[in-house]
Ligand binder design. Structure first.
Ligand SMILES: [Zn+2]
Length: 161
């Protein structure tokens, strides 16, 4: 499969990081971890993105997100990417907290938000095979994007009120 032609944005590009790896996003990257809660406020499910095969770590599951643009804060980047990739309207969510993974030359911010009106995520660009709500108990059984898989246990603990 060939990558689609997506207009290049100012933050698009690889960073050669002091950790020895390459990361996507010249100004760092951010993703939205959208949480559904039951009537008691307990977290029950999150929106995950099944990444297309041609993407970095294609075929794995992660959260919708991508490169930040210059001057764009993590929350705005995460919400913009979630709108582009998953059709998630920012008016449907309430920001809750942020979790930053800091590298020598790069960072990834997971923006945690609660669903405030029903969100039905949908594939709205060429970067996803599927977007759906995944029960918290089922997340760890999916083939996760390595960085998300590493972060998931700590992120899950942050979901509790
Ligand atoms: Zn790094």
């Amino acid at each position: 499969m060939q990558p689609p032609t997506r207009p290049r944005q100012p933050g698009d590009g690889w960073v050669e990081c002091g950790c020895g790896l390459r990361h996507w996003g010249l100004y760092g990257a951010a993703g939205l971890l959208l949480v559904r809660r039951d009537d008691d406020g307990g977290a029950t499910a999150v929106v995950l993105q099944h990444r297309v095969e041609w993407s970095h770590h294609g075929g794995t599951w992660g959260v919708p997100g991508g490169a930040r643009m210059p001057g764009e804060n993590a929350a705005d980047a995460a919400l913009r990417e979630a709108a582009e990739e998953a059709g998630i309207d920012r008016a449907s969510v309430r920001l809750r907290s942020e979790s930053v993974l800091a590298h020598p030359d790069w960072s990834y911010t997971t923006v945690i938000a609660d669903e405030v009106v029903p969100v039905d995520p949908a594939v709205t660009d060429a970067e996803s095979l599927e977007l759906r709500w995944v029960s918290l108990d089922d997340v760890a059984a999916l083939p996760l994007l390595p960085a998300f898989g590493d972060a998931w246990p700590a992120l899950r603990r942050q979901l509790d009120p």
